[in-house]
Write a protein that binds this ligand. Structure first.
Ligand code: CA
Length: 233
């Protein structure tokens, strides 16, 4: 995919925040930022970011609580904590709450960029490892773009498989059309693209994996929130 990787920086110290943004933009990332805890959390919960760089001491809500609340919504969101000092206690608490890694301030740019690349690589591997997706009577082979629904043989397009993989990886929550457009199609954010593209693909997939596509049980619509793949029975 050729879209830019999107990183959210949540850091209240202006000099550090600005410095981080400059470095990340220089390395080709698209960056958004927040200077307060609550705003950082609400941006993170949009699910649009490939990575969240999260300071601990923040006005309004600290980084531990933000990390905890992001995890409650999305187990797979990559998060790197920015710890103020190399205090083992801070680091352990951050990692216990589910951060993927930490960087101690003051950090070297090289160290930070290496950590970011490593965390992003691991999250990409996670997506690619979904070789098969199974639920109810449906088995999908994501490598061969094929599958079966009971005794019926199925074939999928590459895009349908990418869409199913993303929905399967995030089956714990509904996914908005906008998120699917950015994460599966690779469109930049804020582009006024017809979300019908998503609906058309969803309809095509439903014809393959649902007993009655008008009454979907597997790929359901969550009103006002998006689509969810129900992989557990
Ligand atoms: Ca701070």
């Amino acid at each position: 995919m050729s879209r830019q990787i999107q990183i959210l920086v949540v850091e209240d110290e202006e000099a550090i925040r600005t410095g981080l943004i400059d470095v990340l933009v220089f390395h080709g990332y698209e960056v958004d930022s927040s200077a307060t805890g609550p705003e950082g959390l609400s941006k993170a919960l949009t699910g649009k970011f490939d990575l969240v760089l999260l300071d601990i001491m923040l006005p309004g809500m600290d980084g531990y609580e933000i990390c905890d609340r992001i995890r409650a919504e999305d187990r797979h969101q990559p998060i790197i904590m920015l710890t103020a000092k190399t205090s083992d206690e801070e680091i352990i608490q951050g990692l216990t709450l589910g951060a993927d890694d930490y960087v101690s301030k003051p950090f070297s740019i090289q160290q930070l960029v290496l950590r970011i690349e490593a965390v992003l690589r691991r999250s990409q591997v996670g997506i690619e490892q979904a070789r098969s997706i199974c639920f109810r009577d449906v088995e999908i082979d994501t490598e061969n773009l094929s599958g079966r629904n009971g005794s019926e043989e199925l074939t999928f397009t590459r895009r349908e498989i990418e869409l199913l993989k993303y929905l399967a990886l995030h089956s714990d929550r509904p996914i908005s059309r906008e998120e699917l457009l950015t994460k599966v199609w690779g469109y930049a954010r804020n582009l006024d693209i017809e979300t019908r593209t998503v609906d058309i693909h969803i309809a095509k997939i439903r014809r393959k994996i649902e007993t009655d596509p008008r009454e979907p049980e597997n790929l359901i619509t969550v009103r006002g929130a998006g689509y969810r793949l129900v992989t557990e029975t």
